[in-house]
Design a protein around this ligand. Sequence first.
Ligand SMILES: [Zn+2]
Length: 315
Amino acid sequence: MAWDEILSIDPGESKPLLDRIEALFAQQRETWPAFSAGEAALARLERKTLTHAGDSIFVQVNPARRGSTLAKTDAKAVAARPCFLCPQNMPAEERGVAFEDLAVLPNPFPILRGHCTVAGREHVPQAIAGRIGTFLRLAAAIGPGMAALYNGPRCGASAPDHLHFQAAWIDEIPILRQLPATNVRAVTGFESFGRRVLMVDGEDAAEVQRVAERAIAALQRLGDEADEPMTNLLAHHANGQFRVLLFPRRTHRPACYSASGPERLAISPAILEMCGVLVATEAADFARIDAELARQIYDEVSIDPAAFERLLADL
Ligand SMILES: [Zn+2]
C-alpha cells in the first residue's frame, strides 16, 4: 500500500482532527478484525493499582505487548526487519488520517483506549530535534481529550528508524491527575514514585517550545554523547494551556529485564509506563510487582538524582 490508500478514508483537514480520529476508530473496528480483537482484549485486561507516598500507578497484564516489550531495537535487528511504519508493510485493512506530514494510525496492540501511532509519512530516524513545534500542534489538535506522546530512539521507541509519536485518551493516564493544576514557573522539576520529571507549562506554543528545547539542550550538555539525550515526552493542551512532561532517562531497561530466573521481570518502560501505566506481559510478573518494586524500577531508569539537581540548576 501507499499513503494515498491508507489515508483514502480521511475527509481532510477541514474537519477537526479529534472527530476524524473517532471516525477512523469506528471504521477500523468494522473493517479490521485484528484491530477490533485488540480493542476487545484491552477491555478485558486484568489491572491493579499501586500507591506510593500518595501517588498511584496502574499495572496491567497485556500479553499482546510482548512484541513491543521484547523488541530488539539495536541497529542490526532494526535493519533486518521490514519497517512496520512504512505503508508498503502495513496490514491491508489499516487506515489513517493526516496531520501535517504525519499519519494518525490506530494501534492494534493498545495499552490504553484510543491508543494511536502518529507516524511520519517519510522513513526518517526517530528524533525530537526540530519536531517540538509539530508535537505541540498535535497536542493542541487532539486536546483536551487526548495527549501526544514521544519515546526517544534509545528509550522505548519500537521503531527507532522511523519518526513517530503516539496519542492516547488522557482519562487513564494517572500522572496527569496527580500534578498541580497551575505552575507558577515556566519549568519545574518534581519527583513522584521514584520518577524524576520536568514539567513545562505555558499558553504560548512558541514559548513552551523554546523552554522544552532549552531543557533538552541542558540535558544534552549533562551527558557527553552526540546522540539525542534519553527522554520520553508527553504534551497535553487544555483550557488554552500547554503542559509538557519530560522524563530524562539514564537507562532504557531496568536490570531485572535482563536478569535470569526468579529475578527477571519483563518490564520495559516507555512514555506510558513513565506516566503511570506499567505494562507486564506475563501474569507471573504482574502478580509479583508491588509498589516498592515499581518505585525501584522508576528510580533506576530515571536520570540519577545528582544529575537531576544539576539539570534544574542549569535551567
Ligand atoms: Zn519506515
